[in-house]
Design a protein around this ligand. Structure first.
Ligand SMILES: [Zn+2]
Length: 159
């Protein structure tokens, strides 16, 4: 068979065979065909470009999921674990006569609840007028109750 390059026949016989084999489903169409320098450069450039772009974005846009939360949590944790918190809690309980201000249940385990979110008004943490006595059931219904689950160590703390 004549494999000599001829004008008008731009596909070498080697390629034709490869395509033929590929069509039979046995061999990938480009098997054995050397990648041209142009293609290599294109691939190389595109890979380099992606790599640089990706790492750049990652460094620039990188921010831990809990960025900012940690400080807030530790601040609240400090407030809650302070001896002042126990004093405040007792004052709130005493004022409310250890009675749930929501359902009126007395006795059992009471929770002091901050009327204004501790996370938003940390300065009101020890203000008795910002506290209210709730039973556990009612406290669970407050919107800030779930926040305590962020940190297991805060499980027994109240907000
Ligand atoms: Zn209650």
């Amino acid at each position: 068979m004549n494999t000599r390059f001829q004008k008008g026949h731009t596909v070498p016989q080697k390629w034709r065979n490869a395509v033929s084999e590929a069509q039979q489903g046995h061999i990938p169409w480009n098997r054995g065909i050397p990648m041209s320098e142009t293609t290599k450069n294109k691939v190389s450039l595109s890979k380099k470009g992606k790599s640089v772009k990706h790492s750049g974005q990652f460094k620039k846009g990188f921010s831990p999921w809990n960025k900012g939360i940690g400080n807030k949590t530790s601040t609240i944790k400090k407030l809650r674990t302070s001896p002042k918190f126990k004093i405040w809690r007792e004052k709130v309980f005493k004022r409310d006569n250890w009675t749930c201000q929501e359902c009126g249940q007395r006795g059992g385990k009471s929770h002091p609840h901050h009327l204004k979110r501790l996370s938003e008004y940390p300065e009101l943490c020890y203000v008795v007028s910002n506290g209210i006595t709730l039973c556990i059931s009612c406290h669970k219904l407050t919107d800030t109750y779930g926040n305590r689950n962020i940190n297991r160590s805060l499980r027994n703390a109240t907000c």
